[in-house]
Design a protein around this ligand. Sequence first.
Ligand code: CP3
Length: 363
Amino acid sequence: VTAAASAPGRGGAYHAAVTSANPSRSLLVRAALGEPVERTPVWFMRQAGRSLPEYRRIREGVGMLESCQKPDLVAEITLQPVRRHGVDAAILYSDIVVPLAAVGVDLDIVPGAGPVVAEPIRSRADLGRLPELSPDLVSYVTDAVSLLVAELGETPLVGFAGAPFTLASYLVEGGPSRSHQHTKALMHGDPTTWHQLCARLAQISGEFLRVQVEAGASAVQLFDSWAGALPRSDYQAFVQPHSAAALGAVADAGIPRIHFGVGTGELLAGMGAAGAEVVGVDYRVSLSDAVDRLSGRYAVQGNLDPALLFAPWPVIDKAVRRILAEGASAPGHIFNLGHGVLPDTDPEVLTRVVELVHEVSQR
Ligand code: CP3
């Protein structure tokens, strides 16, 4: 039994006395760094959230952005899935647009839709509405991470940020988009403004990651959720250097960096080369193919299709075993979904997946 939630928590004295309570030597960190592990670590993107009744209850009457600014609430919501599922990592409850709101962008997170920006950023003049992020603007994140690290004991906390392209897409489109039409128009029509926008977003993302690492996060994940909308040549010219800058902001911390996107089968090598130790793989590419495309240079994370969690258990059982077998060919494997937990997912199925991963991968 790891963790976290079962430990009395709170306090230096207790944790200092327990020499094994060292999240920087946890299964997740070791797998990410390609070191041997006794079993495959597992956690789920979006493990905190609407799949959990205890989350829906505690969020009643509290807006999404508001909830991210209350350290006690953030800590409680972050811990809920760790307690319930026995996952091998916590992910900070926050959102990729939290640092944008922190620098003053007028935005809201609309339930069922996602982030909506009041005034989209589409020209050089609009860049004036996107100042740099400094740590004092997100002091509630520092406070929440500190609370969590004390509570979590040996369970690592994963910090995260949105990557410049995915953040740019929300800012330029003004909200969620399938086509990314205004974003691509800016990228190709006014490359100078595009690069200035992304350089600023890299500063914001990088600083948001640094704040979390300095407060004690044991790993970070950069979410470039929508990068799969780009051809590889555009990714390399217009996106990768900025993601590299964001990841570079925590390069000296010695903690593993996970780089994830959806539909990024063609971009996997480029995402690794941006400065990650672990490449996240969605469910469209098998882990075996991903390891080939990455030339065995990076650990991998993934890649159970979140929609399969709605299928009968034998289907899930088979998929979990296949993914574990394929992951064994990588330098390191962190079991996860290929994208976030869907809100209607039965949480008991998630707990069962954790148990199965633990059982099958035990060495
Ligand atoms: O458990 C976790 O993964 C930690 C928390 C987390 C949230 N958002 C909380 C959240 C993380 C890591 C994110 C990242 C995020 N946010 C991404 C990248 C991951 C991905 O899914 O690709 C993106 C693209 C966003 C933007 C965003 N925020 C979307 C698309 C949505 C969903 C809108 C909806 O209601 O369906 C959000 C809102 C959001 N972020 C929720 C949560 C728990 C749901 C809001 C609610 O419960 O009211």
